[in-house]
Design a protein around this ligand. Sequence first.
Ligand SMILES: [Mg+2]
Length: 414
Amino acid sequence: MRITDLKSAVIGRNICLRIVTDKGVDGYSQIESFKEFLSVNNDMYKKEIIGCDPTDVEDVMRRIRRLGAFKPWGKYVSSIETALWDIAGKEAGVPVYKLLGGKVRSKVRVYCTQYTGLTLPHEEALLHYGLDPQIRAENILAIHEQTGFTIVKSPLGFHNLSFRALAEDVDDSYAYNSHPLDPPVHYPENGNGSLLSRRAMDDLIRYVRGIGEIVGNSIGLAYDCGPGMTVPDALRFAKGVEDSNVLWLEDLVTGNYSPYTMAQAYRDITWNTATNTHTGEQIYLRQNYRELIENRAVNVIGPDPADCGGIAELKRIAEYADIHGILIAPHGVFHGVFGMAALMQVCCTLGNNFIAFEYPQADPPWWYDIVTGLPDGFFEKGFVKVWDRPGIGIEFDIPKAEKYLRPEDRDFFR
Ligand SMILES: [Mg+2]
């Protein structure tokens, strides 16, 4: 079997890839939304992989890994890898998880990121529910009640619009050097190491403690914090919530869209607090996890299969973390249905250091109407049940999906 084409299209809010072969077996994958600002130009990758056998996944990957970098520039390489596994599974007649070592669990725990609009409109969840623990806690309880999610993650610090508004737009003595950018950049949730005022620190600690008191200890509470605090602020904050229900604090220093990791800074925090730290969604390739893992600089890593180099790459990272006593909770919030299926395939094979993956919702919801293969009841009470279909586990319903193609992408399925 040989690769004959690599195609891409924006469907809804996601970039989708299709690897075409001379045997009529296609591989698909879906890239996180909010990366639409990147051009959908895949010629650079296409010319490297045309003619390769797609089932020799590693042989294809060694040709294109140099064409990626930290988030979002690893997206093509990573998503090509996942689409190759889709083809390899279909060709072998087995689910991808069989090719990744086989499953060790029949249902995979997933966690809910609260700004995905599950129970709140997106903007509302971000803006108006910012620093009021009562409203946020009630929403977490409602999510748990309606869906059964056992872990809910909320935006905090510079990842929280209300906090950012205070720090950047309203009050110039809230965070001292947060450098608002005008016009805003694509990823503004970066505090760039802003020094917090005592008032800001107190607000954050009070907020987390307040949520914990109202929600109680039966739901895991995680917080996406940035990136953007200084090391002393991050440590003070982590210590300030040690007695509260906090599963992990994510991206305290660097993280989402940071083109580096600052492992030593994380180590200084992690080694001095009993609160779990978490980072890693922007990191490309296992080699770039080495410093973080070998220093045990965080307690939990969160690689993203569509940024770290793919699903087999995620498994390699997970195993290296495991032998260093580090847990893993992969990132994936805006990856859509194909992204959810890909995360299920790899996460059901991971060892005991696996906590949960971030549940990607179909966005817009019509995504569920344009795929086949997703079994009824695949999501139950905060878990995704492993299902058995060859490849990644779902397919496009092409006649239905074609209707959502943009004019410039109309050849995607042809
Ligand atoms: Mg994050």
